[in-house]
Design a protein. Structure first.
Length: 254
């Protein structure tokens, strides 16, 4: 092998390794997705928090590569819409894409707003497990909280409320929010669920998870786990320390 071929082969493999550590972008059924394919036995559909953001979707995909190297990762670049509107359609498209790969196990993991969307998708689609980290579950109670207790959050909240009003033009807002709340759809969530919430969350209060837990108990759901992290605020990292091991154990046991 001559020197130029040797150097070329090294460059090729270094470039290939570099590319493999990044997520690629595709459009599937008009939904923007970021992917890291391993062609393994498990797929993890990732749903970022906050408002719709291409940068957040891509960053979440790449952030999870080292933590879940054996999983196919599918991060949803969902559109802005009313609660549970087109944003949920995009999550469902991501799940359908995962199933199209014939991967045996498909899980959902969502952070904050993404946790809300993971639960909503779980009420509509067949999946193997859901992790909701500090997500909303009861939009009616959350509306009251933002209006009375959290004026900073209320600004963003009103953007979602206005979009939801447009989508639910012929339905009273309270009834529309019920139809788009995991709390009121708990009986439709069949997959195992892991709820993670910090005790000091001032953005999405702890009682949002507690409400869903009580509803699960009321309907007799057994396959869920609720973990409160003492002293943790909203948005605590999921890929560090105890929390990461809790998440890994959940996926490995389902």
């Amino acid at each position: 092998m001559n020197r130029f071929c040797f150097l070329g082969c090294i460059l090729f493999f270094l470039l290939r390794a570099s590319m493999e550590e990044h997520c690629i972008h595709i459009d599937y059924k008009n939904t923007s997705l970021f992917l890291k394919k391993t062609h393994g036995l498990k797929a993890l559909v990732l749903i970022h928090g906050g408002k719709a953001s291409t940068e957040s979707a891509k960053a979440m995909c790449e952030r999870y590569i080292p933590a879940f190297p054996e999983y196919d990762l599918i991060s949803i670049d969902y559109r802005f819409s009313g609660f549970g509107g087109k944003e949920l359609d995009d999550v469902i498209s991501g799940i359908e894409y995962a199933h199209s790969l014939s991967i045996p196990k498909v899980y959902l993991l969502g952070e904050s707003h993404g946790g809300y969307l993971a639960l909503m998708a779980g009420a509509k689609e067949k999946i193997d497990g859901i992790i909701d980290a500090y997500g909303m579950t009861d939009l009616i109670a959350m509306k009251e909280y933002t209006e009375k207790e959290n004026s900073q959050l209320n600004t963003d909240w009103q953007d979602y409320i206005q979009a939801t009003l447009v989508e639910c033009a012929k339905i009273e807002l309270e009834n529309c929010l019920k139809k788009r709340s995991p709390y009121f759809l708990a009986h439709k969530i069949k997959a195992p669920v892991l709820l993670l919430h910090g005790s000091e969350d001032e953005v999405v209060p702890l009682d949002q998870s507690e409400r869903l837990v009580e509803q699960f108990k009321h309907i007799g759901k057994k396959n869920f786990k609720f973990i409160v992290l003492p002293g943790y605020p909203h948005g605590f990292p999921l890929l560090e320390g105890e929390v990461y091991h809790i998440i890994k154990d959940f996926f490995e046991s389902h």
